[in-house]
Design a protein around this ligand. Structure first.
Ligand code: GDP
Ligand code: MG
Length: 464
């Protein structure tokens, strides 16, 4: 996501930073580089022009040159303007006061509508809703079956009428939803490879007969400015409420993400970052601006972790660190949690600076993790709890059992001992902090448990 822009912006800012004192000329030179970076990332020409003009005006007008850290000030201005370019956006769904809320999904064929319907359904279930998926793409062979598979995988019912017209299916789905106590209806409509009149007529008819609270346009980020162009056309006919940008995981440039709002006036509401059903993120312009600048997106990472990581286990772990009882068994558990979040690459990509954007992700060796896992699994339970028990002969057996070498086993044990030492320090600090009035420490012990319970309750009520 955004690798192209991030790299060139960072090198521009590095150059500005190295200059020490900035002049109006060096700012203008820097902005020329920003302009090239945006253009080569396939951002719409008008957007680039306007954007660089605003940043330059502010950088010069606010007398950045005279401030203590001028290049940092410029990064801040670029950040703010990126945020303004992509926002504001509101991801809450407008509710229907009388009857089920209707969300209509539209977009070109292959943009990711059906997949996104499933993701959105899962997202809404997590928020405590009872959605119904509606298969109204009767044109594409297999489209109904596809939605049924998607629905099953997220545990959400799918309504359709085989042989029915799209409008009839959508209209009848609303009554079906009411009868079955569903509060949200998600309409998966047909697409075409290009916008054509028959499609538009069909969609307008569905819109008239179901009066959706939200019409979301699903766009494929990888198609860049074509996505922007089609968004404009869909919007002219249907007055869409927002855009869901899919396949952000495969889009290194980000041209659509940065242009769509400015060109169509429609906000991005969600982004799709993978084929799996949990790969849907709320769109937050401020966080996205941070990612573009290589400042990471810790907030999204934490949110993601909260969704997939077992809170009870996290609590137990914190207790163990505090008591210095962290074992290789716990370490193994940690690795499993990282995997759930999406692997180390995913985690690193959301980290700021050196840890994140700058680090070529191909340098992260996921197979290394596989090796570590294999070694731990080849140990007995006692050995995982007390690695000091492992003598030379056991070390050789473990190496053989895990398909690694004794040196690999040694390296892991050494690393683990160091990690434990570090954790001991952290544990002490946490305990100390907890003793200072007004500082809740590291949310450990009983108060931490209570915190976990509270979150669970809140979650089961559907409010996060
Ligand atoms: N990598 C990736 N693939 C996606 C994403 N969203 C959808 N896809 C894939 O795009 C293809 C078309 O999706 P589909 O939902 O059938 O599109 P539709 O024709 O608009 O209904 C499928 O292979 C999906 O798995 C995404 O966010 N990331
Ligand atoms: Mg489809």
């Amino acid at each position: 996501m955004f690798e192209t822009i991030t790299k060139s912006l960072q090198s521009t800012f590095d150059k500005l930073g190295r200059r020490g004192r900035l002049t109006e000329k060096s700012i203008r030179d820097g902005m020329r580089e920003v302009r090239t970076a945006l253009l080569s990332a396939d951002v719409h020409f008008d957007v680039v022009k306007e954007f660089t003009r605003k940043v330059t005006d502010r950088a010069i007008g606010e007398n950045v040159i005279k401030t203590v850290a001028p290049s940092e000030q410029i990064v801040k201005i670029v950040h703010d303007e990126l945020e303004a370019l992509m926002g504001p956006t509101d991801t809450s769904i407008r509710e229907n006061a009388s009857g089920p809320t209707v969300i209509m999904m539209v977009g070109l064929q292959g943009s990711g509508k059906t997949t996104t319907c499933g993701k959105l359904a899962q997202y809404l279930v997590r928020k405590g809703h009872r959605p119904l998926l509606v298969a109204a793409d009767v044109k594409r062979p297999g489209a109904i079956d596809q939605l049924e598979i998607v629905g099953e995988s997220v545990g959400v019912d799918v309504f359709t009428i085989r042989g029915g017209s799209p409008t009839a299916i959508c209209r009848k789905s609303i009554r079906h939803a009411t009868q079955n106590e569903k509060d949200i209806v998600i309409l998966d409509t047909a697409g075409r490879l290009h916008i054509d009149e028959t499609l538009m007529v069909e969609l307008v008819e569905i819109q008239r007969s179901t009066k959706p609270q939200e019409i979301f346009l699903v766009c494929d980020a990888m198609t860049g400015q074509d996505a922007v162009k089609s968004a404009k056309e869909f919007d002219q006919r249907l007055a869409v409420d927002g855009v869901i940008l899919t396949k952000m995981d495969g889009d290194a440039r980000g041209g659509a993400a940065l242009s769509i709002r400015a060109i169509t006036g429609k906000p991005i509401k969600f982004v799709g970052t993978g084929e799996k059903m949990d790969r849907l993120e709320e769109f937050h312009p401020d966080r996205m601006a941070g990612r573009i600048l290589g400042m990471g997106d810790i907030v999204s990472l934490v949110e993601r972790a909260q969704e997939v990581v077992d809170l009870e286990k996290a609590e137990d772990l914190q207790e163990k660190i505090l008591r210095n009882q962290f074992t290789l068994d716990d370490f193994y558990e940690q690795l499993q949690q990282v995997k759930k979040i999406g692997g180390l690459q995913e985690v690193m990509a959301m980290m700021p600076g050196d840890l994140g954007g700058n680090l070529p992700t191909d340098q992260i060796d996921e197979s290394e993790l596989g090796r570590v896992e294999a070694i731990i699994l080849s140990m007995t339970y006692e050995e995982r709890i007390q690695p000091d028990l492992i003598g030379p002969s056991r070390r050789n057996r473990i190496a053989r059992g895990s398909g690694t070498s004794p040196a690999n086993v040694n390296a892991l044990l050494k690393q683990f001992r160091e990690m434990r030492k570090m954790m001991k320090q952290i544990g002490k600090m946490g305990a100390l902090m907890g003793k200072i009035p007004g500082i809740p420490g590291m949310k450990m012990g009983t108060s931490g448990k209570k915190f976990a319970q509270k979150r669970k309750i809140r979650r089961s009520r559907g409010k996060r």
